[in-house]
Design a protein around this ligand. Structure first.
Ligand SMILES: [Zn+2]
Length: 303
């Protein structure tokens, strides 16, 4: 029995040239239609847990829709799915709710979507020694398949190379220039604790770690903090432990056997990567390293 996990981020009608690639109501309806036409059952988190515990014996094809990043706008998708009698899992980073801050990754998306092309790049070049940064282009192409090499290099530099305090300062200045007060923005942009309770009641909530860091770049102490703080926040807010985690970024440099070990120890029952593919129950299936595809690639995988 195959398990196909499909990831989504933004859910809005507007389209942008850069930074934000949302799907809209029509596209989500169409996705449901395509999956059903190809005999995929769109399941909920319990269906997935049953699958992972090998409790399903029939030949059912199970599809799980996931939404990463804990964005308020995803609640519209949740509504649509519930009204269509299907489900999804929303993986939520917990720091934005706790501290009312906008994650760096989202500051970048928003700055790119709402400024002219090359804006951040220009700002970065004039503030840092970006031109001397050398990294294998293949690695960048692999990590950022949907971006040009230039944008990929920029993202890689910001996500993996720059010092944390430099990034914070750089991004907060640009962000507040374009969008005003960060705390106010975070309040509208992310789920709040009531949303977490609602999602938990519908078996739709998972963790996306604490601060959306690439877990593969952390030492064991920071890694444990990322996993445990997010777990505890969800538990304390909803009264229920999160069942699973979706790894921030989720590509090859963001996951490892060491991470899977700590994820298990922290109490999670499964983990989802961005390693592309369909999951099959067999002795090689690692429930902490589940494969997932991006919704943009759905036509390659729904057969
Ligand atoms: Zn994410």
């Amino acid at each position: 029995m195959p398990l196909l996990i499909i990831n989504h981020h933004y859910f809005r009608e507007e389209k942008y040239n850069d930074g934000i690639y949302p799907i809209n109501i029509d596209e989500l309806n169409n996705e449901i239609k395509i999956l059903k036409k190809n005999n995929w059952k769109i399941g909920n988190q319990i269906d997935m847990i049953n699958y992972l515990n090998k409790k399903k014996e029939d030949n059912e094809k199970l599809a799980i829709l996931t939404f990463d990043d804990g964005l308020k706008e995803q609640l519209k998708a949740v509504d649509l799915l519930l009204n269509s009698n299907v489900s999804c899992i929303c993986f939520c980073p917990t720091m934005p709710i706790k501290e009312k801050k906008v994650l760096n990754v989202h500051k970048l998306h928003l700055l790119r979507a709402f400024n002219k092309q090359g804006y951040i790049f220009e700002q970065l070049k004039s503030n840092f020694d970006f031109k001397d940064f050398k990294i294998n282009d293949e690695l960048i192409k692999n990590q950022y398949r949907y971006d040009s090499l230039t944008v990929g290099r920029l993202k890689y530099y910001l996500n993996f190379i720059m010092q944390e305090q430099d990034i914070e300062k750089f991004l907060i200045t640009l962000f507040e220039k374009s969008f005003g007060d960060e705390n106010e923005y975070a309040n509208k942009f992310y789920f709040n604790e009531n949303d977490l309770i609602f999602l938990t009641k519908n078996n739709m909530l998972g963790s996306h770690a604490e601060k959306h860091k690439s877990l593969g770049q952390l030492n064991n102490k920071s890694l444990k903090n990322e996993l445990n703080r997010s777990f505890e926040f969800i538990y304390n807010s909803t009264g229920k432990a999160p069942l699973g985690i979706s790894y921030p970024f989720g590509g090859v440099s963001s996951v490892s056997q060491n991470i899977f070990k700590y994820v298990k120890k922290s109490g999670y029952k499964y983990g989802i990567t961005m390693n592309r593919g369909i999951n099959y129950i067999n002795e090689n299936l690692n429930v902490f390293a589940l494969k997932r595809i991006d919704v943009n690639d759905i036509n390659d995988w729904v057969f």
